[in-house]
Design a protein around this ligand. Structure first.
Ligand SMILES: [Zn+2]
Ligand SMILES: [Zn+2]
Length: 285
């Protein structure tokens, strides 16, 4: 949730305006998720070397129901993950947030709500990675692109994103137009038609939207979400965060110069800084 009063205090006291060349990187993973490299201390070292003021460790949240276990840590590994983050926080000279990237799927609230409450989290990214998941079948190769029907895929995906925002469990919408990684950039007319009600629900939920630079490394060759969607977010005064979605420490802070320029093009002057799941606006570098 955005703490507007804290924002006014910040402006009146002039605090927290010390310039850094980059905003914080609020999206990184570890080898525990079985498809990434490194541990939080490695990401903290990479962030320090890149001149970042702050990072968030947001590894894929475990599930007790066996939802896509091949891309996330086991539930019993979560204590180790938390210990790694706390240790890195104690040993490195930058702020390190304790976070997760939690999948939304039908029924996830049942285990996610109590789990998120009991953990000392700073930030929870909400992501939809699958349109459907069959625990007894093979993991889908293109979990967000089931058929050749682009419009159908986008409708199905955005329906899940909208339902995710309605749970009230998440702080930030991660890589909002991720299906373009698999199906290519969508027709702008389709986005104009489908996106506004979803953006309104994100605004209603008090969530931020992540500018995720991993798209520069993927097929789309641009950040998630597109400038078209960022403009919609800006119009609704939905705050933004930045994330490299680092799956290896060398990804930390990648393409952040481009991302800050895009945020400014969309009309943003601030990003949202998180601590203990409270967001406070901070000036863009
Ligand atoms: Zn991942
Ligand atoms: Zn993700």
């Amino acid at each position: 949730m955005v703490d507007i009063h804290a924002f006014s205090r910040l402006l009146s006291t002039g605090m927290n305006t010390s310039p850094s060349i980059f905003p914080p990187d609020y999206h990184s993973h570890t080898w525990l998720c079985k498809h990434a490299y490194g541990e939080p201390s490695d990401y903290a070292a990479a962030a320090t070397a890149a001149g970042l003021p702050e990072i968030a460790c947001t590894d894929h949240c475990p599930t007790p129901i066996g939802f896509a276990p091949e891309v996330r840590m086991e539930p019993h590994e979560f204590d180790l993950y938390r210990d790694w983050v706390m240790k890195a926080r104690a040993e490195h000279g930058i702020d390190i947030l304790f976070g997760v990237e939690a999948d939304y799927h039908d029924g996830c609230e049942e285990y996610l709500e109590p789990f998120l409450k009991e953990q000392p989290l700073d930030i929870v990214l909400g992501s939809v990675h699958y349109l459907a998941y069959d625990p007894d079948g093979q993991p889908p190769v293109k979990g967000l692109w089931e058929t050749d029907d682009a419009e159908g895929n986008w409708k199905k995906y955005l329906d899940r994103v909208a339902r995710m925002t309605d749970t009230g469990l998440y702080d930030v919408a991660g890589h909002l137009d991720l299906p373009k990684r698999f199906g290519g950039r969508p027709d702008p007319g389709l986005i104009d038609e489908l996106m506004p009600p979803v953006m309104q629900r994100i605004a209603n939920a008090g969530m931020a939207v992540e500018i995720n630079t991993s798209g520069f490394r993927h097929l789309p060759g641009e950040q998630y979400p597109s400038l078209q969607i960022l403009n919609m977010a800006s119009e609704l005064e939905i705050p933004v965060t930045f994330g490299s979605d680092a799956h290896t420490p060398t990804n930390v802070g990648q393409y952040f110069e481009e991302a800050v320029i895009l945020a400014r093009r969309a009309g943003y002057t601030h990003y949202l800084q998180f601590k203990e799941r409270q967001g406070t606006p901070a000036p863009l570098p």
